[in-house]
Ligand binder design. Structure first.
Ligand SMILES: *Cc1c(COP(=O)(O)O)cnc(C)c1O
Length: 391
């Protein structure tokens, strides 16, 4: 049975409830810009405890809008981690600001707090101030948000949580997305993430000014809000106040998102159970390094990043990947460090050796399957297939 199944590192889990929720909207008056949008936003606020939520077309759109609403512009410096998806750094460039990177902590794989402070001080010494930091809760493991917040207060920069991996995670008993530490938190509802709306994303904040800017920017910079209109010609009237985008999400997507949100705890619990099976199995062997979870958090396990000491083998990581593909295991690597991407290398003079922990992690990391629909015999097949090839 397992041999006829294929396994990727992650995928959605859809049930009849989800299908019915979507079908109901297809039969309704509004496919987009209808009542499901604010319903979804209200549920997100209630679930995570932020004052405001805005749902948009993707996590990438949410990151771009976060940067715009925070006022990022040319010559602003925004720091982030090289071990993240391209969108985290690209959103800085979309705003015309300058990205720079800080190496990861080799234990948590998240941005290294000490190195972050050193980098800020180096900029400071040359008379430059950091505008913002985008910290990524890699694999769904929360960053050290208390330290990040105190650095943000001390050095006066804006703090964005790219929590695309971490919806359903908790830090110090607070859900990620509560806006206790970060000025803006961004979620993605892409099908590989913890919950999905097909495509989709959200911004969580306690800051009304940011929320209002995002609301206008996601819809062409248009407003019909009588409180801010310069005049009012009639019921058809709108004004454009900012250069915005069409970053809207549809009612159909929101219906799926809401149906999925009800199952968030269940999904995360299942992911945590799978992680425990993997921890126990791979911990038996010297050649594997399993992720370590800081005591004060409950991770969402968007990914299960297993590190393998490939330099101890006679075959390469690439050869091993092809071997596993023949056995229906379609693993992935998260991530190719962003500073090594040709675009970033060429534009910013970045090179190999700049962020050694990120680079070593890239060499050793593989993301093995973790998603709610995996059953016990799947897990047996996965761990045995992975370890068998690595004698
Ligand atoms: C998925 C992801 C994004 C982008 O989200 P989309 O919804 O695919 O646009 C951004 N950052 C991280 C860390 C992600 O994993």
């Amino acid at each position: 049975m397992s041999l006829t199944k294929t396994f990727s590192y992650g995928k959605q889990s859809i049930d009849e409830g989800d299908i019915n929720a979507v079908t109901e909207i297809l039969r309704s008056e509004w496919l987009t810009q209808g009542p499901q949008i604010s319903k979804f936003e209200h549920l997100l606020c209630k679930k995570f405890g932020s004052k405001y939520a805005k749902v948009v077309g993707s996590g990438t759109a949410a990151l771009h809008l976060a940067g715009l609403a925070l006022g990022w512009k040319a010559n602003d410096i925004v720091l982030t981690t090289p071990i993240t998806f391209l969108a985290t750094a690209n959103c800085i460039l979309y705003c015309g600001a300058t990205p720079d990177f800080v190496d990861i902590d080799p234990i948590t794989y998240n941005i290294d707090i000490q190195k972050l402070e050193s980098k800020i001080k180096i900029y400071q010494a040359s008379g430059k101030k950091i505008k913002a930091v985008i910290a990524v809760d890699y694999a769904g493991v929360p960053c050290d948000w208390m330290s990040l917040r105190s650095l943000a207060d001390q050095y006066e920069f804006q703090l964005v949580d790219d929590a695309c991996h971490a919806i359903g995670a908790e830090y110090q008993g607070e859900p990620i997305g509560s806006s206790v530490y970060a000025d803006v938190t961004v979620f993605s509802f892409h099908p590989v993430k913890t919950i999905t709306s097909g495509e989709g994303g959200a911004l969580m904040t306690n800051n009304g000014r940011i929320h209002q800017a995002v609301e206008i920017l996601l819809n062409h910079g248009m407003t019909k809000d009588e409180q801010i209109l310069e005049k009012n010609d009639g019921p058809w009237y709108y004004e454009m106040h900012l250069l915005g985008f069409n970053y809207r999400i549809t009612d159909v997507q929101c219906a799926l998102g809401m149906s999925q949100l009800e199952k968030l705890e269940q999904f995360v619990q299942k992911r945590q159970e799978i992680a425990r099976v993997y921890d126990e199995f791979f911990n038996q062997y010297e050649r594997f390094i399993v992720p370590e979870i800081p005591l004060n958090c409950s991770p969402a396990y968007h990914l299960y990043p297993l590190q393998i000491r490939f330099d101890e083998y006679s075959f390469s990581k690439k050869e091993w990947f092809f071997l596993l593909r023949n056995k229906n295991l379609f693993l992935q690597v998260h991530y190719i460090p962003i500073h090594l991407q040709p675009y970033y290398r060429n534009k910013f003079g970045l090179r190999k050796g700049d962020f050694p922990f990120a680079e070593k992690f890239y060499q050793q990391e593989v993301s093995i399957p973790i998603y709610p629909d995996l059953v016990e015999e799947d897990l047996d097949y996965i761990v045995n297939t992975i370890s068998k090839e690595l004698h």
